[in-house]
Design a protein around this ligand. Structure first.
Ligand SMILES: NC(=O)c1ccc[n+]([C@@H]2O[C@H](COP(=O)([O-])OP(=O)(O)OC[C@H]3O[C@@H](n4cnc5c(N)ncnc54)[C@H](OP(=O)(O)O)[C@@H]3O)[C@@H](O)[C@H]2O)c1
Length: 376
């Protein structure tokens, strides 16, 4: 395999991170030694290990003197897991081929300079397919709001709750385990107060998963109806509870909720309220947010054009007449992933079996307008 072929392989590896790393760019890396692949990897989860780190770990000592082909300029800032440039220098690689430069002006070229100063030969391929992988990252930066994933579990008759509302085990154990893995890589999980009242959810990442991102619990609650004893208010879960309301909401319940440990955040109401909530979440450091329901909330974020990605568990059992439809403004044919994708305007759709359920994932086409890496 030559460097050109290795970069093409890295692009296809990068695609394996789609739906799980945005708004980070998907990234793939291949370690080449004398024309043989001795290690490869991709960025698999938001907040998880970078592609270069995974590929170097797979290569082990074979990385010394090797060439690393990576779709994006390696990062040079030391986050939780350290800079990729440091890892490449430590591994003793001889050459790094990058598909494209870092799109962030303040970072662009920094990783390349560090590698060159460390005696590594560097080549920038300026490959169009590598630039294309940056699109969600670049558009999220331009929008200054989180990457928003709308997620719900839907019965075969298109419902998300039984007649009269309230909790119901619609999705399988396998789907719920996957949800907890996702939550461990989220900055925030958002629901409407209707779900807090009906289900009393905890909204935390549970199970055998290391929690990588803070997963703050966010509630849309204009009238401050969140009960003081609600499980979503529980402290000690390692995450904060943020309740979004309006400037008109009463002071007394706000004070009680704050005394109980929540932050009550007042955003001016009106048509732009949800946009204001998203801007506030972005300012609070939320980059990846999952909106988990219920029907009113899902419908309003979709209608406001604030959803980038949809993850729907299509479950085999019906909930029966009178059950609560997933969306308040349209019926969805939950027996057909194609019909659901078309009704929601999804593109780049994938359907994956999860136990007895089918997971439908796609990007909202209207929010996927191509942008150049400069954001123009
Ligand atoms: N199957 C699933 O995946 C799933 C997931 C979650 C929930 N659920 C089910 O969904 C049901 C609850 O759905 P729901 O529609 O009644 O409740 P919801 O969407 O959880 O909450 C609705 C309330 O949140 C506030 N809200 C939401 N969007 C708003 C906006 N854009 N602007 C202002 N306020 C906003 C409003 O509070 P105010 O009325 O106080 O103004 C609204 O009444 C429950 O039965 C639950 O079991 C199912």
């Amino acid at each position: 395999m030559d460097e050109h072929q290795a970069l093409a392989r890295a692009v296809s590896l990068a695609a394996r991170g789609r739906f799980d790393v945005e708004p980070n760019p998907v990234v793939g890396a291949v370690v080449l030694r004398d024309g043989d692949v001795v290690g490869e990897g991709w960025h698999a989860d938001f907040g998880g290990a970078h592609a270069e780190i995974v590929a170097l770990a797979a290569a082990g000592s074979a990385a010394r003197g090797a060439t690393v082909c990576v779709t994006l300029e390696p990062c040079s800032t030391r986050g939780k897991t350290g800079a990729c440039t440091d890892a490449l220098l430590r591994a003793g690689v001889a050459r790094v081929v990058v598909g494209c430069r870092d799109p962030q002006v303040g970072h662009q070229g920094a990783g390349l300079s560090i590698l060159e100063a460390g005696g590594v030969s560097v080549h920038v391929a300026d490959a169009a397919d590598c630039v294309a992988l940056l699109e969600p990252f670049v558009s999220a930066q331009a929008l200054a709001r989180p990457w928003v994933i709308a997620k719900w579990a839907m019965s075969s008759d298109g419902a998300i709750a039984p007649p009269g509302g309230g909790p119901a085990a619609i999705s399988s154990e396998a789907s719920r385990a996957l949800l907890h893995r996702w939550r461990a890589h989220l900055d925030g999980v958002l629901v409407g107060v209707g779900t807090v009242l009906a289900d009393d959810p905890r909204l935390t990442a549970r199970g055998d998963v290391p929690v990588v991102r803070p997963g703050h619990r966010v509630i849309l609650d204009p009238e401050l109806r969140t009960p003081l004893g609600a499980r979503v208010m529980a402290s000690g879960a390692g995450t904060d509870t943020w309740i979004y309301t309006t400037p008109e909401a009463d002071e007394q319940p706000a004070q009680s909720l704050e005394n109980d440990g929540a932050a009550v955040l007042r955003i001016p109401g009106g048509d732009d309220w949800l946009h204001g909530v998203m801007a506030s979440l972005h300012l609070r450091g939320v980059r990846r947010l999952m909106v988990e329901g219920g029907a009113t909330t899902l419908t309003s974020v979709l209608r406001a054009g604030l959803v980038d990605q949809v993850d729907v568990f299509l479950c085999p059992e019906p909930l029966g007449p009178g059950a609560l439809p997933a969306l308040t403004d349209r019926a969805l044919d939950a027996t057909s992933p194609e019909a659901v994708a078309a009704a929601l305007g999804l593109v780049d759709v994938a359907v994956i079996a999860v136990g007895p359920d089918r997971l439908l994932r796609g990007y909202v086409g209207a929010n996927r307008a191509p942008r150049s890496p400069t954001g123009a």
